[in-house]
Design a protein around this ligand. Sequence first.
Ligand SMILES: *Cc1c(COP(=O)(O)O)cnc(C)c1O
Length: 394
Amino acid sequence: MGAKDNTHRPLDWIDEQLEALAQQGLRRELIARHGPQTARLVIDGRELINFGSNDYLGLAADPRLSAAVVEAVDRDGLGSGASPLITGFAEEHDRLQRRLAQFEGTEAALLFPSGFAANVGTIAAVVGPGDVVFADRKNHASLWDGCRLCRADVRVYPHNDWQQLDKLLAKAAHYGRRLIATDSLFSMEGDLAPLDRLVDVARRRDAMLLVDEAHATGVFGKQGRGVAEHLGVEDQIDIRIGTLSKALGSIGGFVAGSESLVQWLINKARPYIFSTALPTIVATAATVALDIVRQQPQRRKRLLQRAGQLRVTLADQGWNTGASASQIIPLIMGDPFHVVQLAKQLRQRGLLVPAIRPPTVPEGEACLRISLTAGHTAEMITQLIETLAELKPI
Ligand SMILES: *Cc1c(COP(=O)(O)O)cnc(C)c1O
């Protein structure tokens, strides 16, 4: 009995469920790359052009970041050893938080272990039972999980439909606090939130506005602060979330806003309080990345120009690029099997373009997602265009 009882297999359901996912073309698997993450990747000994990266400014393997980290790690070591409120918080974190606040033009900023943790922790800290959150249907998973955890009521509004949101808010006056939560640049379709409208609705209906700029920080706006800057409304966004892990080339999330917001999060955001502080070398690297964002605006300008040209070319080829207005360009196909098949064919030809399937996108919206970065050369983009033309189903 006990260990020898091979009739007791309580995890058998997992194999059945995995098989069911595979049958639907929805099973996901890890592929390990070899070497650094740049515009080229080596997978299974084969070099591929990488159109699947969030490293929008090409900083993830930038020698300036690596050099700063190498120097810092000799001095400071690796681990932070504890959560920030115990002994994990260091001068390097403090310096980066000040730099982030300066960059964002806010009173204060707070570092989280990840952008995911920043979203979950912040939403759950600012609303609770008796309150309500209004969430765009296409928000990122981390905003959803924040909504689930916060125990406030959650109302979903149709994607970017600020008029519908306004109507929902009109019926929400009886709630304690009202929070609107949205991505600024939606990660699947690459389209932008109408932040100018949302700001207006939030004001009129006395709601707080939380904007997640994960894909836009470093890319959009004159100073690279994101879509809020691009649309000229940044001073009217109450809670700004960003990540160090995409355009800034490293890891970690942050919240920027008023001093009191940050003080409240230090006291109430559980992923902040109960997770170990980021390594200080990460903070050092991110500080260097912020310098590059400030000193090299041409990186983001050229990236968005090239993305605009690519969108036009792909639309001319007959691809459905949805409402993309950014460096993220989907080729929406609908059927997950077709998407996976095309991704395979591209890969055979040396191009890595990820297949995005439900539940990451709604049923019927499976797509290939092209992420353009500053590391892509004109030749790489041409190769993508020519290969897609060749493979396009009629
Ligand atoms: C990637 C992403 C996050 C999570 O950021 P990490 O730092 O990778 O945890 C949050 N929100 C959006 C919109 C994202 O795309």
